[in-house]
Ligand binder design. Structure first.
Ligand code: NAI
Length: 265
């Protein structure tokens, strides 16, 4: 008998904190077997204790290490009899600052973790997804993929790429019954956001500080429907329509807001 013992199985990257952690909790509550990886070992230990070792397979994985990723997925597949009902590509980092001042190493780290590792993990997991009826490949994009976000330009570029990749793959994998979708979260109350951004967040509207549980609920809803893009909060979807029709207006409003002004000599 495999460890998952017939339960549905989710694999989550970035499971030790924020949205990944809340998603692990929600799917555990629903009776799923949880595979969770992260580089935060203390967070992983706490998660394993919380869920119970018999209900999960939790291990340290730097998602940029392709061979370690391959081995981790093989161990997960052994625990689930080769099934992967939901792959949640969620690990990410948020380094930014004005682009011209950004250390090149930071830009490459953002690209490698937020984009290349997502492509790598999915590439490795496609056989498992195809072997699992009704499976979903779900990734964390961002509201910064609606309109390019000044101050986090490289981050924003990676999230646009994840969104586009999701759309392309949703077509490629449809004949195999594998669904591909993503979430575009706004300002979610997790450690990735600087304290200053949280303190200045509005209390209502699409940029309000939103609990990570709402993203977990979107992941759950995504598994049970066939929608591609999940905006959290949902008001962001209307913003996406405005951007499509009036990108110059959005650019000018953002520039006029003063939020991205720089004290330039
Ligand atoms: P978080 O910082 O709480 O969680 C991210 C997790 O990813 C951390 O536990 C971190 O250790 C892990 N991680 C980072 N690099 C890794 C690596 N190389 N290998 C394995 N794990 C790694 O932040 P949050 O908000 O839960 O982030 C989840 C995703 O949501 C990220 O992709 C982020 O870009 C995205 N996002 C966050 C928003 C927010 O407002 N919090 C808004 C839109 C998107």
């Amino acid at each position: 008998m495999s460890k998952a013992n017939g339960r549905k199985a989710i694999f989550i990257t970035g499971a030790a904190s924020g949205m990944g952690l809340e998603t692990a909790r929600l799917f555990h509550e629903k009776g799923w077997f949880v595979g969770g990886v992260d580089v935060n070992e203390a967070g992983l230990d706490a998660l394993r204790t919380e869920l119970g070792a018999e209900n999960c397979l939790i291990s340290r994985l730097d998602v940029t290490d392709r061979e370690a990723y391959r081995a981790t997925l093989a161990a997960f597949a052994q625990a689930t009899d080769g099934k992967l009902d939901l792959m949640f590509n969620n690990a990410g980092i948020g380094r930014g600052g004005p682009y011209e001042d950004m250390p090149w190493e930071d830009a490459m780290a953002v690209i490698n973790i937020n984009l290349v590792a997502v492509l790598s993990g999915i590439h490795l997991a496609i056989p498992l997804l195809k072997a699992t009826p009704g499976s979903l490949c779900f990734s964390t994009s961002s509201s910064s993929a609606i309109f390019g976000m000044a101050g986090i330009a490289v981050y924003s570029a990676t999230k646009h790429a994840v969104k586009g990749f999701t759309e392309a793959l949703s077509v490629e994998l449809k004949p195999f019954g594998v669904r591909v979708a993503d979430t575009l979260p706004g300002m979610i109350d997790t450690p990735i956001l600087p304290d200053e951004a949280k303190a200045n967040a509005p209390t209502e509207g699409m940029w309000r500080l939103t609990p990570p549980r709402e993203v977990a609920e979107a992941v759950w809803a995504a598994y049970h429907t066939d929608k591609i893009h999940w905006y959290v909060p949902t008001e962001l979807e209307a913003f996406d329509l405005v951007v499509t029709q009036h990108p110059e207006m959005v650019r000018d409003q953002m520039a006029a807001s003063g939020m991205f002004n720089r004290s330039q000599p």
